[in-house]
Design a protein around this ligand. Sequence first.
Ligand code: FES
Length: 181
Amino acid sequence: MAQTGNFKSPARMTSLGQGAELSAAGAVTGGKPREDGLKGVDFERRGFLHKVVGGVGAIVAVSTIYPIVKYIIPPAKKIKIVNELNVGKASEVPAGKGKIFQFNEDKVIVVNSGGTLTATSAVCTHLGCLVNWVDADNQYFCPCHGAKYTRNGEIISGPQPLPLKQYSARIEGGDIIISKA
Ligand code: FES
């Protein structure tokens, strides 16, 4: 059905463009230029497209980078917690020496003092550096901030708040067995 009505009426023309005036020929003069009116529309479309492209780009980037990162960073090993563990040969820890072994989630230093083995957490209770056994002083020494511990892990001096955790160690068939104290 054809529309009827005066499409060039001043009232309609005015509503099309603020301040528009009708010329003698009936054309609208003044008012908003067409480009100005469309700029907002273009801007919104561009903004939308930018968001879509950005979103797709982000998805592609994540799906590309994630496998690479997973490949580079190996998954954390799940440590099996045990009561005791054969950590190696007795010959690995000669008299007067200490050697660090992994035991459960801890690093344990086994010290051989004249054939007697002791096992102590090697993780300093200050900030977690690994302690050394200093046989001449009969003590553990932390090289980071100078903490000193006795053979039994008790505090001698230094900034550490707690003694070292104790374990047991024995030799069985030429092997060193560490166990929970
Ligand atoms: S970490 Fe051992 S003294 Fe600070």
